[in-house]
Write a protein that binds this ligand. Structure first.
Ligand code: IVH
Length: 668
């Protein structure tokens, strides 16, 4: 075919395919058979192969790029991507309504939309062509994930009008795709995703667009980013307009004349929610008039014209079959509930932490009980309470044992602690957990070495301490379950790569008591080499700002032990770097996190995370955790019984989150 005819045919095919694609993925109303679609697609692909000069980025054949990216580029958002204030009950909504009325008078309509549980995305079009898609990031700067977004078939590569605009919406993973993906993961012995939101975010963070393509993601668009003069006066009209342009919007929206009508709309969704093919975590309520939106304006973080009503975490009842004991890397013995498997917030739960014996007493939890389970922050399963009416009298009270379930040495309760500890330094459970910690993302960050592989290596006696990891051979790894040539090569490369980590990762990884990720960084910067730190005196250590007496003692004691000296020597012998060389970028880009550059204060009792865990996680994402609230504080996390710090934060108008909100953000 000559060039002119080919071009004509190509254009016809593209137009037809785009139309079929739109009918299928946006309208959910297929107009041709799959076979017919495939036939036209192949015809287009072969014509394009003959005339590569005619390939354009908006061709339906260009959805899945063949190239694997090296990294995601940063994207500066033209206008910030804000988040929403939350409402947890009807009273919060009525308060919001009062604030709105005070500002703009009583003539108000609201639009209610489903709050899709995915991740916020921005899409840019130039002259009608999709040119760039980005994550929200910190609201100002996101990451360019165009190649992955192109694989979402409901995103039009070309609009019905050659317009230049930016639209925003929520990318998500439908429940069915999520279940299929997790099933595959489990079959491959991989860790399943905790919920569809994490799965969607994880899929869009893949550098190889073919992976994103295989995950069957979808999107709903809910806003225009820049106000283009399109003659619409309300949010609901702008959604209709987006729809006409070819975008997928959510149909379950409703215009309401009063807040009471909004509240009954929300009530209706509590029932209907489980039947949706995707997860929602609430209802977004927006003032409809754009003029009123303008008048209300925004705060630094969120618009004053919208609020997100959050559904309470889903609670389900199941049976507590048993209480299992787990020994952590510091010897703390934690009771874990073993449950009849039950589905909560998208995944099947069969275990939940019970934290400690006091909590079990307090809630009077007995083996055999019917218990209420929820996922805190949609992530971590926990036992809320027991259902006393479900008791038969056969239930058994639980007592913590006196001896370590792994090594049988006597457990002790250290002064001022609720937890029971095994203090035998040779306890195999502690060693195994220490190894898992060493390879983890915040420590040496060895990809492909998860909990399961480490446990297997330890059980097979292939590793007894962290230095042994560096002596593993290809043959040894190949003999393990589910380890093919490729994964072994990748794993060996990851182990090798970890040798050049900067000192702070190693210091954190070897697990000196009380030395968290941040202290490890401080120590690495200060002493620059393991040997200098090992020779440091207590006085030298405490003279450093952030190092207290307890930590200094622990460091000195650690390096006095013969075992520690031998271990460091062994690590040196296998070629592990002992010097501070600046930080290797973490797997999660820090600047993309909410916490990047923010100063955070933790106060009150935390229930899901330990303080240290919370601190480490926030710091790993680029945040700075300090002890006191001041004007410089960006965020306060208030646990139970928070007191003066919380009060001060409120006086200063600083954002305050509960722990669940923290966990939610940490897991994004
Ligand atoms: S409007 C300027 N509408 O919820 C406000 N957000 O903090 C823009 N979300 O991550 C948000 N469904 O991505 C809006 N129908 C909806 C939504 C929605 C989900 C997400 C949004 C953001 C979070 C709000």
């Amino acid at each position: 075919m000559d060039l002119q005819n080919a071009e004509k045919k190509i254009n016809e095919l593209r137009q037809a395919l785009n139309q079929y694609n739109y009918a299928y993925y946006v309208l959910d109303n297929p107009t041709v058979t799959d076979a017919e679609y495939d036939r036209l697609y192949r015809e287009l692909a072969s014509l394009e192969e003959e005339h590569p000069e005619l390939i354009t980025p908006d061709s339906p054949t260009q959805r899945v790029g063949g190239q694997v990216l090296e990294m995601f580029n940063k994207v500066q958002h033209e206008s910030p991507m804000l988040s929403l204030g939350n409402a947890f009950g009807p009273e919060d909504l009525r308060d919001f309504d009062r604030r709105v009325r005070q500002a703009v008078g009583d003539h108000i309509s609201y639009v209610c939309e489903l709050k899709i549980d995915g991740l916020a995305i921005s899409l840019k079009y130039e002259n009608g062509l999709f040119v760039q898609g980005a994550t929200r990031g910190d609201g100002m700067t996101g990451e360019d994930i165009t190649a992955n977004l192109k694989t979402i078939r409901s995103i039009p590569l070309k609009l019905n009008d050659p317009l230049t605009l930016e639209v925003r919406g929520e990318a998500y993973m439908p429940k069915r795709s999520f279940e299929k993906l997790n099933q595959e993961k489990e079959e491959n012995g991989e860790e399943p995703f905790a919920n569809p939101r994490n799965a969607a975010a994880g899929s869009l963070r893949q550098l190889d667009p073919r992976i994103a393509a295989s995950r069957h993601l979808d999107i709903f668009l809910y806003a225009l980013a820049n106000v283009v003069n399109i003659g619409v006066e309300s949010h609901s009209e702008s959604l209709d307009w987006l729809e006409q342009l070819g975008f997928k919007t959510n149909q379950e929206r409703k215009k309401c004349a009063s807040m009471e009508e909004v509240i009954s709309f929300i009530d209706g969704w509590v029932e209907k929610r489980p039947h949706l093919p995707y997860e929602i975590d609430g209802i977004v309520v927006k003032v409809d008039s754009l003029a009123q939106q303008d008048e209300l304006g925004t705060t630094a973080k969120s618009p004053r014209w919208a609020i997100a009503y959050k559904f309470p975490a889903e609670e389900v009842v199941t049976t507590l079959l048993d209480i299992e004991l787990n020994v952590g890397r510091t010897g703390v013995v934690t009771p874990t509930a073993v449950l009849t498997p039950v589905k909560v917030a998208g995944t099947t739960v069969q275990r939940a932490s019970l934290h400690n014996e006091d909590l079990i007493r307090e809630k009077d939890i007995r083996i055999g009980d019917q218990v209420v389970i929820k996922k805190a922050g949609d992530i971590i399963p926990e036992v809320v309470n027991v259902v006393p009416e479900g008791r038969t009298g056969e239930e058994q009270e639980f007592r913590m044992p006196e001896h370590c379930p792994e090594c049988e040495s006597e457990l002790v309760r250290l002064e001022g602690e609720v937890a029971l500890r095994c203090i035998n330094p040779k306890c195999p459970a502690q060693i195994r957990e220490g190894l898992i910690h060493f390879v983890s993302r915040t420590a040496m960050n060895i990809d492909g070495l998860g909990e399961k592989v480490v446990s297997q290596l330890f059980a097979e006696k292939l590793i007894k301490d962290v230095a042994d990891l560096y002596k593993l051979t290809r043959e040894q790894l190949l003999a393990l379950e589910r380890m093919g040539e490729k994964s072994v090569s990748n794993l060996l490369a990851a182990i090798e790569a970890s040798k050049i980590n900067s000192l702070e990762r190693l210091l954190f990884g070897i697990g000196i008591r009380h030395v968290g990720a941040k202290a490890a960084k401080t120590l690495a910067l200060e002493f620059e080499h393991m040997d200098r730190l090992a020779a440091a005196t207590r006085e030298e250590l405490t003279s450093i700002n952030e190092i207290g007496e307890k930590m200094a003692d622990s460091i000195v004691t650690f390096f006095e032990q013969e075992e520690a000296k031998d271990l460091i020597q062994e690590l040196k012998d296998v070629g592990v770097n002992m010097a501070y060389t600046g930080t290797r970028p973490a797997a999660v880009s820090q600047s993309d996190s909410y916490f990047a550059g923010k100063t955070v204060v933790l106060t009150g009792k935390l229930a899901i995370l330990t303080r240290n865990e919370a601190k480490e996680k926030i710091e790993a994402l680029g945040g700075n955790v300090t002890g006191s609230v001041s004007k410089k504080t960006d965020l306060v996390i208030a646990g139970e019984d928070a007191g003066s710090k919380l009060k001060k934060a409120e006086e200063l108008g600083i954002a305050v989150w509960n722990e669940e909100r923290l966990v939610e953000e940490l897991s994004k």
